[in-house]
Design a protein around this ligand. Sequence first.
Ligand code: SF4
Length: 326
Amino acid sequence: MNWDAIADRSIQDVPPGREEALAVLRAPGAELPAVLTAAYRVRRHFHGNRVKIHVLLNAMSGLCSEDCGFCSQSREASGPVEKHRLLPVDAMVEAARKAKEAKAWKFCIVTSTRGPNERQLEAVCEAVRRIKAEVGIRVCASLGILEDGQAERLKASGLDRFNHNLETSERRFPEICSTHAYDDRVRTVRAAQSAGLEACSGGIIGMGESDEDVVEMAFNARALGATSVPVNFFDPRPGTSLAGCPPPSPAKCLLALCLFRFVNPSRDIRAAGGREKNLRSLQALALYPCNSIFTGGYLTTPGNRPNEDHQMIHDLGFVIEEDGSS
Ligand code: SF4
């Protein structure tokens, strides 16, 4: 396969064909450096050597009514996970301040819920208003499925971006979740975009999906037009129905990131949850296709400390893209 030709077309915003996309995912080990080099050309064209760091806050933990099979915060999950209601606004503002100190480009408020009720929505809006005024950092929220008018209120509060992941392919979604539909997720992403918010929407690699499913995920992210595409790597949580899924190899994770880059050339592609556990010693190589990472841990699992990630970025000769917005 001519990886350079795929990169040349991707730079022109022409994605690979489906067969080429499958070939990326199935590239043999000896081809991995060539695929990474081609994906890096596309990344460098659109994002230089800059890295956007994101910091998450689990603002309401372990209390979700939904049954997503991968999620330790689901009503169905029986593993040990911290449970708390929505944090006070002061705590959200303080977490944003710490994210800024960690050189974050964006701070993300996440709640484990099907969707926000009135009190939760107003509290998040108030937190966003205060963060923009007192901290000065871009803010994303991930609050589940939005009802009519909620995206507009979040936008009016000053929110920059709304996250809602499609999680897996449309074909596979009903095997992962029965309490809401793939279309519910697509509708919420579209509602956020219609309200003028940037959309962040990605998925999880390693939940037993096929290569064809991964290709569909990459193309669905493109069709959705999400500004930001987080690619998570499944980290099986005890007490969840998908806990027995075998992990993808580090090379497979990297090839999936390259595919997302070729298909979504100008977007922010983020090596997201499960990076440390699944990529192991190859973590740094994820920054060749990706221009973004989370630091400081995830919703219910730990991750690298910010200073470790800063060092990794520096060691590669890349630079942290900090945010000075308000
Ligand atoms: S809706 Fe979100 S928080 Fe709730 S179970 Fe699904 S993934 Fe977990």
